[in-house]
Design a protein around this ligand. Structure first.
Ligand code: SAM
Length: 227
């Protein structure tokens, strides 16, 4: 690990807005905030929105600034990336933000039934190879986990540059009959279809990876559905 990464990794451990369960499922069985995020951490009953594979947490921070009456939790396995979002939230004293560093595969250990109202999945790894579909964060195996913590009507937002992942997500929506709210294969040129509010969220908040993809001239795709 480079010096910078190590420093960030160490600093993350000092932030009171970052939780780092062990990833050992036996030990994490007693993760103290599971089912108690509202009472024990946010101290309110506002909806909880997750950003999965959040990297530097641009959606967590960007949405939390716009929606002070919602709570946001970014989740990623990489602590040195989470550091960016966590530091911003810490410096700006954002009380509606937290981060969890661990694998999304273990998400059911960290959130309880009916605890989550919405899930953002920006630029997740597409796992293009055959036989790897189960690793995609919108695959049925992940949606099954999400349903164990989702409130009825929980919305999933997938934003991606990857044509294959976009198509896969649309196929999942059709196959599992998830109600589709909207989709776009070219977000930046679909203002009318997306509507002003959604278009603003999708174009004004840009993630680190998205900025690289935009520079490369790639189209950005989006699917919004209910699980
Ligand atoms: C391509 S990056 C995108 C990061 C960020 N959303 C962005 O758009 O800049 C994918 C991120 O997902 C995280 N990730 C992928 N699979 C994960 C998993 N199963 N559990 C936790 N994090 C995961 C990676 O560590 C990485 O930060």
């Amino acid at each position: 690990m480079g010096h910078n990464k190590l420093t960030r990794f160490a600093e993350v451990a000092t932030f009171n807005n970052v939780f780092q369960p062990t990833g050992n499922l036996e030990e994490d069985k007693n993760f103290p905030l599971k089912g108690k995020w509202h009472e024990e951490y946010f101290k309110n009953n506002n909806p909880i929105v997750l950003e999965l594979g959040c990297g530097k947490g641009e959606y967590t921070i960007g949405l939390a600034r716009r929606f002070p009456n919602k709570n946001f939790i970014g989740m990623d396995i990489k602590g040195a990336r989470l550091w960016r979002g966590a530091k911003t939230a810490f410096e700006e004293k954002m009380s509606n933000v937290a981060f969890v560093r661990n694998r999304i595969d273990f998400i059911e250990q960290y959130f309880g039934k009916d605890e989550v109202s919405e899930i953002w999945v920006p630029f997740s790894d597409p796992y293009p190879r055959k036989g790897k579909a189960e690793k995609r964060l919108v695959s049925a195996s992940f949606v099954k986990r999400y349903r164990n913590l989702a409130k009825p009507g929980c919305i999933v937002h997938l934003k991606t540059d990857n044509e294959g992942l976009y198509q896969f997500c649309m196929e999942q929506v059709e196959e599992h009959k998830y109600p589709l709210l909207v989709n776009s294969d070219d977000v930046y040129n679909d203002a009318e279809k997306l509507g002003a509010e959604r278009y603003a969220l999708l174009t004004e908040i840009q993630t680190y990876y998205e900025k690289q993809f935009l520079k490369e001239g790639k189209k950005i795709h989006y699917v919004e559905f209910v699980i």
